[in-house]
Design a protein around this ligand. Structure first.
Ligand SMILES: [Zn+2]
Length: 91
């Protein structure tokens, strides 16, 4: 008997301040990656689908992103540190 199925993984990639397309507030958004993996005997083997989403922390609206869009946002998050975590030039 062969047991196979899928298992979902959720990764939180970054937190960004964006203007929400749903509620219109400039609020923190969670950038998330959702990976569904094919499993055989409960062992995850390979990803069957990868989805990127942003979720508004103000209204909870979720938006789908393409992989390039998600990469772009991750770069933005890395180059623009949030308040309370300042990077000084030369360090
Ligand atoms: Zn919103």
């Amino acid at each position: 008997m062969i047991i196979f199925g899928t298992k979902g993984y959720l990764y939180q990639l970054a937190v960004l301040t964006l203007v929400c397309g749903h509620c219109g507030n400039p609020s923190a958004h969670m950038l998330r990656k959702r990976v569904t993996k094919f499993t055989l005997f409960f062992v995850p083997l390979f990803p069957v689908s990868t989805k990127y989403t942003t979720q508004c922390t103000f209204c909870g609206a979720e938006q789908r992103l393409t992989a390039p869009q998600a990469e772009q946002l991750q770069l933005q998050a890395a180059s623009a540190p949030s308040a309370g975590h300042q990077v000084r030039p030369g360090e």
